[in-house]
Design a protein around this ligand. Structure first.
Ligand SMILES: Nc1nc2c(c(=O)[nH]1)N[C@H]1C(S)=C(S)[C@@H](COP(=O)(O)OP(=O)(O)OC[C@H]3O[C@@H](n4cnc5c(=O)[nH]c(N)nc54)[C@H](O)[C@@H]3O)O[C@H]1N2
Ligand SMILES: Nc1nc2c(c(=O)[nH]1)N[C@H]1C(S)=C(S)[C@@H](COP(=O)(O)OP(=O)(O)OC[C@H]3O[C@@H](n4cnc5c(=O)[nH]c(N)nc54)[C@H](O)[C@@H]3O)O[C@H]1N2
Ligand SMILES: [Mo]
Length: 771
């Protein structure tokens, strides 16, 4: 049998794929990757394993009774049908909803990380398809950082472009003296980069910086968040209290006259109102270190000491995205901007601020910005969009009013949900509420590769190919590589490319030519490659002929000759290089935000005593603060059924980290299974006891597949450890309406009963249509 070694690209790395006949036998790291990810090792077995969706399937009740059977979602068996029948059902239902309720009644937000690959990127395919069909209700912003994405444009500029302009690690290694990491710098999270991560470099740079004498300070409830730096100082802050810490640092700087008045005068607006708030003139509370100490769990000396250290060194303050995935998450970002503006080091080599070094492999990479070919998008004729994390609200409250970043909005009446390339039963908060919401629309269509809970809870499930079963072009932003992603094996069973599925539907719906432009996938690859040529030229890259690229297997772009320093232009000349904020400067006070009139978001960075009191009340009954963090052994829920992820489980359940004291108080031992619960739900998890975590805080990775013991019973126990059965489904605030998963209180007890079998990775029951 012939063994070939060719490349593929995933969000977690580039691999040489070894095949033998129709089987993938190994995924080998590429030689230029400094710290390859093991997530790829999960793929070979998973792709052809039991969890794979093999044929189109329709829920029995739906096949027999259509939308009237919607309560049966997640409870009923599936009937496997032919592609022809499945596609006609989808086409019929799309047309019916459009005719009765218009295109706004179709929800195509379909958030999620899909696969790497520029052509088969499934959200792009879905959106292009639905646009061709007349439009759809969309979603806006991300689960990752919606609160940050919404506040930052008002005060310093939009997050995504800023993220790409971060100071290169090479500059930090030379100039930075103190690096404050709020939320740490977990190397596990830098395994991924959307669209591709070809050279994992964070560990290398942290070691270099440590070697150069940079002092690292880890501000996090979890010591392990900066485990790559052995001598990092740990400031174990209580979760959700970073804003209080940051405000106290600001107040200390001002009261000790350590702030940079010249920078404040030239580069910011609104220092007056901020100073009045810090000094207590506004509300009678001085936001000093003594005030923040009992809130944050740090000592007064630790806080004043940190302020002085920051002011007397070349200091970089990095805040991770996790901090803003919480109630009032916007404020921690604003307070970070304020603190670093007061320090006056923004735009210096090695100093200033950053939003998300280590959150992915992108920030700080000294690679060109070229993001590669892309599928032409087209225009969505429906203008309605919801904040991405308001999906349950949308489905539960058609016509309901809500506020969002200064706008008064109304939820449309959704009749059909079309999802491809995301897993709401992984990513959304309060899954029991989502189950209820998910049973409201008439029809739910999902394209999936695997029998995830989301697929099991849908009506029509269409099996999609994986990256290893199709040709594509891999090209992550700032990754520095373009990868010829070869098809390595034929499609598994009856799986089809999402493109082929949409082409078939467009054919039935009468807009095939518009959708396909008469190209097959390989012609599309050439087309989008050629279309990206002028953008590549702008980044100083001359692309070779497509055939040469395809033959070579990869392109590595030359590194930028000039190291990047975040906001250096703005620092040098704020008049010539203004920010995109209303004033062109950093806004320590924002007239725009003040004018929204939101109690929880006044015109300056704000610690909300009302939210603090709410959290304290919750803690009376649910004394442990649960963090749900990114998993080391997978991307979100992807490849949780793979060998690497499974090898990390404790008695088959997702591990939860607990402090020895919290475990002892509850009679809980290492390696046992516990029930984690609150007013919203309950799950089983496996215990890991560690003094790396602050007492009173527990941490569990996201992504264990939701596995309700009895899907017919509302609020049923999740057997597997999906933290979203416990998280609260409430926006960060009216400003960002972001995911607030990190604000979650729970209780934990021993599980004394026999362990229920894990069924998350089993396909649903199938039956004959006559049953
Ligand atoms: N509690 C809690 N919840 C969170 C977070 C948290 O911190 N705490 N973090 C949030 C964040 S930041 C994010 S980004 C979200 C992530 O949420 P998602 O991005 O929705 O999670 P994934 O597991 O990556 O889901 C991608 C799905 O797409 C499928 N897929 C992959 N490739 C293809 C393809 O080519 N075609 C088709 N049809 N399907 C494909 C995969 O099988 C998988 O089921 O989760 C959020 N949820
Ligand atoms: N391996 C892997 N890497 C990933 C992903 C994945 O699924 N797997 N997902 C990717 C995605 S989509 C995203 S958005 C990024 C997310 O990147 P982040 O949002 O930064 O990731 P998290 O792991 O949620 O959080 C990082 C750390 O923040 C700490 N933390 C949580 N709450 C608080 C708090 O209130 N205060 C302080 N000071 N610290 C706190 C936690 O201890 C946690 O370990 O990660 C990406 N990287
Ligand atoms: Mo994310």
């Amino acid at each position: 049998m012939k063994t070939e070694q060719l490349l593929t690209s995933t969000h977690w790395g580039t691999y040489e794929v070894e095949t033998s006949g129709d089987k993938v036998t190994a995924m080998k790291p590429v030689p230029w990757d400094k710290n390859p990810s093991r997530i790829g090792q999960s793929m070979p077995d998973a792709i052809t394993g039991n969890t794979r969706i093999r044929r189109p399937a329709v829920r029995l009740g739906y096949l027999k009774h259509g939308p009237d059977s919607r309560e049966g979602r997640g409870k009923e068996p599936f009937v496997e049908v032919s592609w022809e029948e499945a596609l006609s059902l989808v086409a019929r239902d799309l047309q019916s909803v459009k005719a009765r309720h218009g295109n706004e009644a179709i929800f195509g937000g379909s958030y999620g990380w899909g696969s790497a690959g520029r052509f088969h990127h499934v959200q792009s395919q879905l959106h292009r398809f639905l646009k061709g069909f007349g439009g759809y209700t969309a979603s806006t912003n991300t689960y990752s950082s919606a609160a940050g994405e919404r506040i930052l444009p008002h005060i310093i500029g939009p997050l995504s472009p800023l993220h790409k302009k971060h100071t290169h690690f090479s500059v930090l290694a030379e100039h930075c003296e103190v690096f404050v990491a709020i939320g740490g710098l977990p190397v596990r999270n830098s395994q991924v980069n959307v669209g591709g991560a070809s050279d994992h470099m964070l560990k290398h740079w942290l070691e270099t910086m440590q070697g150069n004498g940079v002092k690292f300070i880890n501000v996090s409830p979890v010591k392990n968040d900066l485990s790559a730096v052995s001598n990092a100082e740990w400031l174990p802050v209580r979760p959700g209290t970073d804003t209080a810490l940051l405000l106290a640092l600001c107040q200390t700087l001002v009261s000790e006259n350590l702030h940079d008045q010249a920078f404040i005068d030239s580069h910011t607006v609104g220092f007056g109102p901020l100073r009045r708030y810090l000094s207590g003139e506004t509300d009678g509370v001085v936001k000093n270190a003594a005030w923040a100490a009992p809130i944050t769990g740090l000592s007064t000396e630790q806080i004043t000491g940190l302020a002085r250290t920051l002011a007397s060194h070349r200091s970089m303050v990095n805040i991770s995205w996790s901090i803003q995935r919480s109630r009032q998450g916007e404020q921690a970002y604003w307070a970070t901007v304020a603190l670093t503006a007061l320090l006056g080091q923004i735009g210096t080599p090695g100093g200033g601020l950053a939003f998300g070094y280590a959150c992915t492999n992108l920030a700080g990479a000294d690679r060109v910005g070229f993001s590669g070919p892309r599928l032409p998008a087209g225009e969505n004729k429906v203008k309605t969009e919801i904040p991405v994390a308001r999906i349950s609200d949308l489905l539960l409250n058609p016509g309901g009013e809500y506020q969002f970043d200064g706008q008064d909005c109304r939820y449309p009446d959704i009749r059909l949900v079309y999802w491809a390339g995301g897993n709401a039963f992984h990513h959304h908060q309060d899954l029991n509420r989502l189950v209820e919401a998910w049973r409201r629309p008439e029809t739910v269509v999902v394209h999936e590769q695997y029998w995830t809970a989301q697929a099991k809870f849908s009506d029509i499930v269409l099996p999609a190919t994986t990256v290893l079963e199709r040709n594509d072009i891999g090209s992550g932003s700032h990754d520095g590589f373009m990868v010829a992603m070869r098809q390595h094996i034929p499609p598994v069973s009856e799986a089809r490319d999402d493109y082929e599925i949409f082409s078939g539907l467009a054919e039935q719906l009468g807009f095939a030519e518009q959708f396909t432009e008469n190209r097959d996938p390989d012609q599309w690859l050439r087309h989008i490659y050629e279309e990206s040529r002028p953008r590549a030229e702008e980044d100083g890259i001359t692309l070779p002929a497509f055939d040469d690229f395809w033959e070579q297997g990869k392109l590595e772009f030359e590194r930028p000759s000039r190291p990047q320093i975040f906001l250096a232009d703005f620092r040098a000349d704020p008049e010539k290089h203004p920010l995109s904020t209303p004033s062109g400067k950093i806004e320590l006070y924002s007239d725009t935000i003040a004018a929204f009139g939101y109690r929880e978001c006044p015109g300056y960075p704000f610690w909300d005593p009302q939210e603090e009191q709410f959290q304290q009340e919750q803690a009376q009954t649910w004394p442990l603060h649960m963090l749900s963090s990114q998993p080391r052994s997978r991307l979100h829920s992807q490849y949780d059924h793979g060998s690497f992820s499974r090898s990390t489980k404790v008695q088959g359940r997702e591990p939860v980290w607990m402090h020895p004291q919290d475990a002892a108080e509850r009679g809980i031992t290492e390696g046992s299974v516990v029930r984690v619960f609150n007013q919203r739900g309950a799950m089983l998890a496996g215990v890991h006891i560690s003094d790396q975590i602050l007492a009173g805080v527990v941490q569990i990775s996201t992504g264990a597949w939701y596995d309700p013991q009895d899907p017919s019973t509302p609020g049923s126990l999740d057997k597997h450890g999906n933290p979203n059965v416990l998280t609260e489904d409430r926006g960060s605030s009216r400003l960002g309406q972001g995911c607030s998963a990190q604000s979650c209180k729970v209780e934990i007890e021993r599980w004394e009963q026999p362990l229920p079998e894990i069924t998350a990775f089993s396909p649903p029951p199938f039956c004959d249509r006559s049953e």
